[in-house]
Write a protein that binds this ligand. Sequence first.
Ligand SMILES: Cc1cc2nc3c(=O)[nH]c(=O)nc-3n(C[C@H](O)[C@H](O)[C@H](O)COP(=O)(O)OP(=O)(O)OC[C@H]3O[C@@H](n4cnc5c(N)ncnc54)[C@H](O)[C@@H]3O)c2cc1C
Length: 637
Amino acid sequence: MQLDAKMPSGPLTDKWDKHRFELKLVNPANKRKYSIIVVGTGLAGGSAAASLAELGYYVKNFCIQDSPRRAHSIAAQGGINAAKNYQNDGDSIWRLFYDTIKGGDFRAREANVYRLAQVSNHIIDHCVAQGIPFAREYGGLLANRSFGGAQVSRTFYARGQTGQQLLLGAYSSLMRQVAAGQVTLFPRREMLDLVVINGQARGIIVRNLITGETESHAADAVVMCTGGYANVFYLSTNAMASNVSATFRAYKKGAFFANPCYTQIHPTCIPVHGTYQSKLTLMSESLRNDGRVWVPKTPGDRRPPNEIPESERDYYLENKYPSFGNLVPRDVASRNAKAQCDLGKGVGDTGFAVYLDFKDAIKRDGKDVIAQKYGNLFQMYEKITASNPYEAPMMIYPASHYVMGGLWVDYNLMSNLPGLFVMGEANFSDHGANRLGASALMQGLADGYFVIPYTIGGYLAGTDRPEITTDHPAFKETVHNVSERINKLLSINGKRTVDDFHRELGHILWEYCGMSRNDEGLLKARKLIQELRGEFWENAVVPGSDKDFNQSLERAGRVADFLEFAELMVIDAFERKESCGGHFNEGYQTEENEAKRDDENFCHVAAWEYKGDDAEPELHKEPLVFENVKLTQRSYK
Ligand SMILES: Cc1cc2nc3c(=O)[nH]c(=O)nc-3n(C[C@H](O)[C@H](O)[C@H](O)COP(=O)(O)OP(=O)(O)OC[C@H]3O[C@@H](n4cnc5c(N)ncnc54)[C@H](O)[C@@H]3O)c2cc1C
């Protein structure tokens, strides 16, 4: 099958304007006739639901949490990128575009990334108009700080709570539409399947997580904004409910899954401290603006950090990458932290940590200035570790954090299944093989506020869709399949907890498909995952009933999907015989141990088609064409 990204023709800088003009419009009276399902209330889903309702469409908006405000986007700390160039330090739309393409190791589409950079400035204007309390300079202009992979300051922030503030903005817009009757909210619902009729996405099946009831919902189009699957690693910085289930079930209904092996390991997280830990905490990348990363020069040096003199410290990022220093991109910083620990220079009880030190910044700027920028992050660190980062350096280590893989979408953000749109972290589209910090919030809001309002109109106006209701046999059949699966989970009656399976799956992936991979390990991982999945369906314990609030059942469904999806990740990683961004295959590296791409054979998006539970998925390749940037070996030296 030929994947058509529906890329507009013409110069890169004009593509989006031209496309918007060429897209068919739905007139205001007709908009009222259409209903749209939006799954997810994070920054992508919340902004989309609000914008589509504002346009006049009737929207049904679903989420797992009790309130849209609890979507995982609320956890975002550091900031959101935009090319405003308020700092006058050389930024531009083109530079943001170039940094993002290069940061993604030349594995993203030029046109999507350029549009993202263009729209970034509108997002800031929109959010300021909503009243988002971005940090400001003394003169009143919005303040900026730097994030990895960029030499300009373009990150807008609200202390360490940027995601929360942006989500409150989207939520306010959403609730305005709820009050106006244009949006109906369905909290505490979990999407368990997609309904496809005549090849078009026409609805979803959800479980009411309070009553256990299964509900059917029909619409003219379905917009999935269900976030990322980093929790497949068990320990991650994501919210506990983050999952792959919604996108994976859509994959099983025919939507292609793109680049599942592109996952991001974030370099600055609080290290793992115990076997029964279920969550990891991020220390925002913004801290690398002022914090200096180091390890002792001598392996095995166990002296407390304050007793190690300057001459015996290795500021390895500053030494190895003088141009970007501590602000190299995440994949580079993570791999280097691992390399130092592998050399025996790691610190802390486990030896799997490096220092992030603010001593020099506090001496230079004063404690008050540092507290103003990062106060809540320092407080969070102290609460968790009982160590005061104003006095002793933080200890950090890489952890699973974000995914660049997701459902394949075209330039309109529509999957290969007509009528199924996918946005935010749930799609694969804009970050290539590595996401630069502060770009996910930008993408989610670009998709929701500025892209989908145009592209969904083009679909609705340009497609014939028969009238359907939830009485259609396809709904009945899907409900039946969903109920069967729930009953199957409840009847396993085994002895091992679902969490225990999940923890073991996480270990396998972290070990063999984590920060670095090799072919031998990937083959081993695939076998281990198959065995673990087999054991799950024979020996998992899922207590309780389906007629009630049952979090064990919820978790079991999500872990069952992770156990299938993990194999797809490993298959994808094995297939890609190169290293790029977050996918680092040890067999493909430069002499300096950096990721080595193979542009001749792998300059493509790998989109996988489900072919049945007992069949191999089929690989479809979308070639990536670069007409405006030259593909180079990424260097941050
Ligand atoms: C700790 C942390 C800090 C971060 N900081 C930054 C930052 O500073 N800057 C930045 O750019 N990015 C940051 N990121 C990344 C960024 O926060 C996320 O990529 C982004 O918020 C994802 O938004 P989203 O709308 O796609 O998904 P989410 O916010 O994850 O929302 C998903 C929504 O889908 C719903 N959902 C999921 N599955 C189902 C289902 N099966 N049925 C029904 N509903 C479902 C959920 O209930 C939720 O409403 C951070 C990430 C983490 C983990």
